[in-house]
Design a protein around this ligand. Sequence first.
Ligand SMILES: NC(=O)c1ccc[n+]([C@@H]2O[C@H](COP(=O)([O-])OP(=O)(O)OC[C@H]3O[C@@H](n4cnc5c(N)ncnc54)[C@H](OP(=O)(O)O)[C@@H]3O)[C@@H](O)[C@H]2O)c1
Length: 301
Amino acid sequence: MKVGFVGLGRMGKPMALRLARQGFEAVAHNRSQGVLREVASEGVEPAASPLDAANRLTPPRVVWLMVPAGEVVDEMIWGEQGVLGGLQARDIIIDGGNSHYTDSVRRAEALRSQGIDYLDVGTSGGLEGAANGVSLTIGGPRAAFEVCRPVFEALAVPEGFAHVGESGAGHFAKIVHNAMEYALLQVIGEGFWLLERSDYDFDLVQVAHAWNHGGVIRSWLLELVERALSDRERFDQISDYVGGGETGEWGIEEARRLHVPTPLIDLAVSERLLSQAGESFARRVVAALRLQFGGHEVRTR
Ligand SMILES: NC(=O)c1ccc[n+]([C@@H]2O[C@H](COP(=O)([O-])OP(=O)(O)OC[C@H]3O[C@@H](n4cnc5c(N)ncnc54)[C@H](OP(=O)(O)O)[C@@H]3O)[C@@H](O)[C@H]2O)c1
């Protein structure tokens, strides 16, 4: 089976290489050319455009998009050089990025009228997963999922993929996954701050290591804590700015729409936004108010 890959970024490149190593023929396009030369030496055929990648496939054509969510995905499909020009009925487009599930539903409906199937795939596993096996939640037509099963088997860890529902379900699940991830990251951060501040001289790496061996909260994230804190010099250079936030906010929007209380996720996302604000205007207002009504202490900037 020959697979088209569009987007060889941090995730896409190792995933395309993993496919090639697992015996798939792969043809790939990336906006910037350098990475195409790199993967060519490892058996991935370079394509000049998404359209060129699609044109080099044979039925059933399968194209995997691994680009940022939003207009870029539309451009890769419907743009002048988009994959659609090289596809025919019964071909399949897979979006493995973090698209909003409603965009995926819209795309699937638009493509269905041309007989093209669209699979929305929530990809989890980070950069290590991209190279060594990801976890995939897949939405869209079951028949298209079955056609692509060998591709999912090649990219995922054993048992690490599932057809979870109709169009949008794969990306909806990924929104929930990311919302949970926000809360998990936050609670790990708070716990280690508490250890760090305590009256004991904890070796944080040692504690994380012990917890990772039989502890109830053992996890890959806790293993990453061990790794991050092992290089204390590097850790101490990292500021408390935390990027991202979009998929967490999507999760909260869905929670509100569905009337599901998600206090931990709400707080974790707010904390993320606070870190990005640099300084809290709200806290300054609070300090100013306390000064007004009670003559309480304020500190000047
Ligand atoms: N990083 C993760 O841990 C992770 C995990 C799961 C899912 N995801 C999702 O997977 C997708 C890719 O993530 P990534 O981390 O691989 O991102 P990335 O490293 O930033 O790579 C983005 C890719 O998209 C291409 N691209 C960006 N803007 C484009 C444009 N306007 N036109 C054409 N190509 C464009 C880039 O091309 P250039 O090389 O030319 O810039 C690159 O190939 C995203 O949707 C992301 O949310 C990421």
